[in-house]
Design a protein. Sequence first.
Length: 326
Amino acid sequence: MSGNPGRCRTASLVIAASAACLLTSSPALAEPGTTTCAPSRWGKDDQIGSLNYVTPAKTLSASRLITRGKTYALGIQTNRQTPAFAPRHYSVVVLQPDQVNGVTFGPTKLSYNDDIVMGWNGVGSQIDGLGHVGTAGVYYNCNRGEDFAKATGLTRLGVETIPPIATRVIVLDMVSFLGKDGMVPEGTAFNRAEIENAMARQGILGIEKGDVVLFHTGWLQLIGKDDRRYATVEPGLGREGAHYLVEKGVAAVGADNWGLEVLPFEKGAGMFEVHQILLQQNGTFILEAMNTDEMIRDGVYEAFFTLGTPRISGAVQGIVNPVAIK
């Protein structure tokens, strides 16, 4: 924990809310000692799942969406105040090594700053790797956690295996028809009907293989104003909606909230079952805390999307700043 009392309270509330949802839902996980295995359609050695759909042809096609050259940063700033799922925290310490009392180096009086990052990769805008969530100890492409998840890092499915992503992004403005006071209320699930209605309202003809789909919920406006609400509940993707997007062959799904999926969970759902459907069962990547505000203000619902993930060997997740270009 960061030592921030407000963060500690928020963390406790997140755990309590998640546990309550789990206890009141129907069992969705396999019994201890059993396995739930979904082999990859791309073979036993596959580690990138749905990103196999992002072919050179897909990237070239998406690049034709660039007509003005305007860029949109989709990442939020990450700092010690960023609310996150418990017990995650993040901070930066800046040092001036050996430079106390005004000491400098060499004839040009060199001085410099260095920094130490202390925290978790799952804070702020992030990509969930395929080694993040499993079912009964089994992860994407039948990888068993006991075989690849080591204290020193993942030996498979780490974020360093994620290739550069360059494809089409679709932003669905869920606030425009489900929102109230600029936000979609918590507990609102996005399933097939909601997704198709949003596309129709925005003139989007369809979702294609290799697309990235982002939901705009207005939820980021709570950060710094009501961190407790932000970090404990949210509108988001439902189970049917997750299966629908998987069937479409999307490369990744994301939202402008901390956890993508609806919370409280849908009736009968397991704890973060949408994460299981996407990551473990289908190899579909998840993007969280995406800043879609400016794209919505500009009425930009389709654009070129690019993301180079941090190549931290063995990491489960990565703090990212994807860029959309119109």
